[in-house]
Design a protein around this ligand. Structure first.
Ligand SMILES: C[S@@+](CC[C@H](N)C(=O)[O-])C[C@H]1O[C@@H](n2cnc3c(N)ncnc32)[C@H](O)[C@@H]1O
Length: 361
């Protein structure tokens, strides 16, 4: 048995599950902080992070919400500034190099010139060959993972509970998960399950999505894996069971939600209603968090991938969970953050390059 089970009473079966009926039954009593978060009015998108919750114009903003909104706007402005500066720098660099090259050529004889051009062509060809070899190897690794990799499912049945910008944020996170998985020496067998509507259209809009080597299944996972129900484990921070090892026979499910924990307990409830196992990551055994232990989808997937590689939870947590979300003896406690604040570590442009290029997988 790969997980230490602490039984928590027998779950009672309910009827047909949909995001909508779940939404009615899930615990929906917002705390002050959650209320503040739902008060946000800025429809800004946070690449690779949780998006601000949908606006509720009828409610005035609390002081706390105003502070958060301001912080968010400052962050977005800074990000845009940085992006513009990087673009300009890139352009100037390209111009400088071109000029340098032209000057160099101008100083050479015809024979030296063609030699230099030839050697440069050779270098470019080598680079392209190397890249294409790497791509082939990645395809091989991902194809192998489809056969024998650890099954990890991203449950995309919660689209109805998210605003379009939250779905956008989730799609960015999925893109990130896909890129990280592709770089792993032993990738997981990643599934996108139960997607439709806005979720499906946003995924389809990702350039190159059709070519992704990932399991795309529009059916709910409970249907897909009906014959292996006993192997399904819903990962949720609300479980009382702690994951110890990852069991290759098990199918680990991650809730595809960007909600700043607005839908507290929704995945736990879903798993209980479906009578499938649940488990939480053993974060508390290794580190203290500055706030809740609810992580973003991409963080959870990345932790699983790191653990598959290292079999070491501690290093997996330390590698993935941003320092500001941790509470360590030698660092000051940072401002309380809930799941999904900007994950600065991940450069979204890099992710895009790796996921959306027509030749990339
Ligand atoms: C942003 S969280 C969603 C929180 C949501 N309110 C819920 O009830 O799950 C995204 C998903 O990451 C996984 N997750 C986040 N933190 C986790 C933890 N500490 N242990 C296990 N899974 C976790 C869960 O599958 C969760 O649904």
């Amino acid at each position: 048995m790969a997980i230490q089970t602490r039984p928590k009473g027998t779950p009672k079966p309910l009827g047909q599950l949909t995001a909508k009926n779940l939404s009615a039954s899930a615990k929906m009593q917002p705390t002050e902080e959650e209320r503040d978060q739902t008060d946000h009015t800025a429809a800004v998108s946070h690449p690779n992070a949780e998006a601000p919750p949908p606006p509720s114009p009828s409610q005035p903003l609390s002081k706390n919400a105003q502070k958060k909104l301001l912080k968010q706007q400052k962050f977005e402005a800074k990000k845009a500034e940085k992006k513009a500066a990087e673009k300009l720098h890139k352009k100037l660099e390209a111009e400088r190099k071109r000029k340098e090259w032209d000057e160099k050529l101008a100083s050479l004889s015809e024979e030296e010139k063609s030699k230099l051009i030839e050697s440069r062509r050779g270098m470019r060809k080598d680079r392209m060959e190397k890249r294409s070899k790497e791509r082939e190897m990645k395809i091989e690794r991902l194809a192998r993972a489809k056969e024998s990799g650890q099954n990890v499912v991203i449950d995309l049945e919660f689209a109805d509970l998210m605003a379009a910008n939250e779905i956008h944020s989730l799609v960015q996170q999925i893109m990130y998960c896909y890129a990280v998985n592709g770089r792993c020496a032993a990738p997981a067998h990643l599934w996108l399950a139960g997607y439709q509507g806005e979720m499906e259209s946003q995924l389809q809009r990702l350039p190159g999505f059709d070519k992704w080597i990932i399991e795309k299944d529009k059916r709910p996972y409970i249907e897909t894996f009906q014959d292996r129900k006993e192997h399904l484990v819903y990962l949720t921070a609300d479980s009382e069971t702690i994951v110890d090892e990852l069991d290759p026979k098990k199918i680990y499910i991650v809730g595809g939600l960007v909600d700043r924990n607005r839908w507290k307990g929704i995945t736990m409830k879903k798993a209980e209603e479906q009578m499938i196992q649940t488990a939480k990551l053993p974060i508390g055994n290794f580190l203290k968090m500055s706030s809740s232990q609810v992580l973003t989808v991409n963080q959870v997937v990345e932790i699983l991938l790191k653990f598959l590689e290292t079999r070491d939870w501690k290093s997996s947590f330390f590698d993935v969970i941003p320092q500001r979300k941790r509470f360590e003896a030698d660092s000051e406690k940072c401002e309380g953050e809930t799941e999904g604040e900007e994950n600065e570590k991940h450069d979204n442009n890099d992710v895009k390059k790796q996921c959306t290029g027509t030749k990339e997988v």
